[in-house]
Design a protein around this ligand. Structure first.
Ligand SMILES: C[S@@+](CC[C@H](N)C(=O)[O-])C[C@H]1O[C@@H](n2cnc3c(N)ncnc32)[C@H](O)[C@@H]1O
Length: 231
């Protein structure tokens, strides 16, 4: 299990060398067509003024008690989220109910925006850094997306709507915050209308294993990992 890099400096991810490395890896792992598709989507976002760039959080305005427990903003790509959802469907052997997707620690809104693009009726993100939440709101507005919402709040204070179907964590915080969030989710379990699945990308703590039903673990060629659970 990887260590949680709370408050880490991730700014190198915006540099040319890192982007070149991603390009070469993508060519190796996904081939030319998929790599070109990714580049064209990035260009289209750039043209529309969408900002999903990596950002450190230690100089941002963070709400709540757990300001020193969060990781830097690294956005989920649409290809990665699509892969995760497909792999979850393969794991459960059924199509997912794409009613409501909630992202804890949603940054600039990449995962909630992609969730909507990938067929969820609604997507909600909870983000404790004010500046990131405001960029998420602008991204949603520029793409003119309905039923995609960024909420400015600490994850431990958020209560899930009863129609929740998929919960997403992309290594957002350490085990202190994760434990409180997971206890809140379990306390609401009786109110959930259907099955609820959890996608934990790049897991850095094993809190979820003690509370939810573990379904599967996958390590991808990029070295990214995912753990799937059922609430
Ligand atoms: C690795 S990024 C993931 C971004 C987004 N989920 C995505 O996939 O594009 C982690 C995010 O969690 C946020 N975060 C950290 N601790 C938080 C907390 N206690 N409550 C809400 N958001 C938090 C950080 O500000 C950061 O934007």
């Amino acid at each position: 299990m990887k260590r949680t890099h709370v408050n880490a400096d991730m700014s190198h991810q915006n540099g040319l060398a890192y982007k070149l490395e991603l390009f070469v890896n993508s060519l190796k792992e996904n081939g030319v067509l998929s790599t070109l598709r990714k580049i064209s989507q990035r260009v289209s976002y750039r043209v529309k003024g969408i900002d999903f760039s990596t950002q450190n959080i230690y100089d941002l305005t963070r709400t709540g008690e757990y300001q020193e427990h969060g990781t830097a903003l690294v956005s989920t790509s649409v290809d990665f989220l699509s892969q995760l959802l497909n792999d979850l469907e393969d794991t459960i052997g059924a199509k997912l109910n794409r009613e409501l997707f909630v992202d804890y620690g949603s940054g600039k809104g990449a995962a909630i925006i992609h969730a909507k693009e990938l067929g969820f009726k609604r997507a909600i993100g909870v983000e404790f850094a004010k500046e990131l939440h405001e960029i998420a709101q602008r991204n949603i507005q520029k793409l003119n997306l309905k039923d995609v919402t960024s909420i400015y709040a600490d994850a431990t204070t958020y209560m899930l709507p009863s129609d929740i179907s998929v919960i997403y964590f992309f290594n957002p915080f350490d085990e202190v915050v994760m434990k409180k969030v997971v206890e809140n989710i379990l306390a609401q379990k009786e109110s959930f209308e259907g099955d609820v699945y959890v996608i934990y990308g790049n897991a850095s703590c094993d809190v979820l294993n003690s509370y939810f039903t573990f379904l599967n673990h996958i390590t991808y060629p990029s070295s990214a990992t995912v753990d799937f659970f059922k609430v």
